[in-house]
Design a protein. Structure first.
Length: 344
């Protein structure tokens, strides 16, 4: 199958995301509202039913694994760290989890067996942003992206020059290819040579958004991208407005899924603009997916595009096209995994 075909038809995509984490992650403390709306299928509440049950500070992230990340963010913030520290260090949890094959250390490599990471960081205060793409050898690209934002007049650094920047900033390079990821790549190569498709255990990108008690909003997005991608391929995740967007006056959105289907529509920018027009976070995520599906002239179920969002008031939301997509929401009292609105 040609590479382009795999992207245009996720159902035939040997690299498509297969969500292995089973729903039903125990919430440490779940509000009554959330319990009432629990879904019999997996025990997780619908995000629409709990959208108003959180108070600032609040964090929302993509996927079940985002719960541990958001809990770390809360811990950092309540421990006296800044919101930027909280978002960055929450994302570290996913980046340093070797069992997560789509983010940071242990991420699946590109077609040549090299782990190339993408990340961006955005602060709603005057839309400050930093980003790195195709970064090799650093397990925490989110921190390098933040450093781009804070120490340079630029927004995005890529490839070898991003590596040189990271080294100059004092980040320690290391080998990111774990044995498990290498074996996955070997299996993929063998399957390719035999003309077969091979599924991967990839969960996808972490996008994490945070809003503090003062109404300050910060977000980050980090990924190893599409498993076994064409070397040099960059998806939506490090692109401001595509994989992440934060507007200090309105809210923020973050994405996960097939980057090619998100970045051609500036998905997260679109969601923030929909919220500016008055839509709730979930309505805005769903409207963006409908826009993408209309543009693609194919059913949403084929797209693998998923979003989380929050607005300045602290209302959270999410919608996606992948049946296994979940989001995690954490505030001062609650920590739970929720089911986004599903569009097919
Ligand atoms: N959403 C991650 C990627 O497509 O690279």
């Amino acid at each position: 199958m040609r590479y382009e075909e795999t992207l245009r038809n996720p159902e035939r995509n040997p690299m498509k995301r297969r969500v292995l984490l089973q729903a039903g992650v125990a919430a440490t403390s779940v509000a009554t509202t959330a319990m009432r709306s629990a879904n019999a299928q997996d025990g997780n509440p619908e995000v629409g039913a709990i959208a108003d049950s959180f108070s600032r500070p609040v964090f929302i992230a993509t996927w079940n694994f985002g719960q541990a990340a958001c809990e770390r963010s809360r811990e950092v913030l309540l421990g006296g760290g800044s919101l930027k520290d909280a978002v960055e260090r929450g994302i570290h949890v996913a980046e340093l989890d070797a069992s997560n094959h789509s983010v940071g250390y242990g991420g699946f490599p590109n077609a040549q067996g090299v782990v190339q990471l993408d990340a961006c960081f955005m602060d709603g205060l005057r839309q400050q942003a930093g980003s790195v793409a195709a970064l090799e050898g650093f397990p925490n690209p989110i921190s390098v992206a933040r450093r781009v934002m804070e120490t340079t007049p630029h927004v995005m650094l890529v490839g070898d020059d991003a590596v040189a920047f990271a080294k100059k900033q004092g980040f320690q390079p290391q080998d990111l290819l774990t044995e498990e990821a290498r074996l996955g790549w070997e299996r993929w190569k063998t399957a390719q040579q035999q003309g077969e498709s091979a599924t991967t255990d990839s969960h996808d990108t972490i996008s994490l958004l945070g809003l503090n008690a003062d109404g300050h909003i910060v977000g980050g997005c980090s990924t190893s991208g599409l498993a076994f991608k064409l070397p040099g391929r960059v998806g939506d995740s490090p692109i401001i407005g595509s994989g992440l967007y934060v507007d200090g006056e309105v809210g923020a959105a973050g994405a996960t899924g097939v980057g090619e289907n998100i970045m051609r529509y500036c998905g997260c920018f679109l969601i923030v603009e929909f919220m500016r027009q008055g839509m709730s976070p979930t309505e805005a995520c769903a409207a963006a997916i409908r826009r993408i599906a209309a543009g693609e002239q194919r059913p949403a179920s084929e797209l693998s595009v998923n979003f989380v969002a929050l607005n300045k008031a602290g209302q959270v939301g999410a919608a996606g096209t992948d049946k296994g997509f979940r989001c995690a929401v954490v505030d001062g009292r609650q920590s739970l995994v929720a089911r986004p609105q599903l569009l097919q």
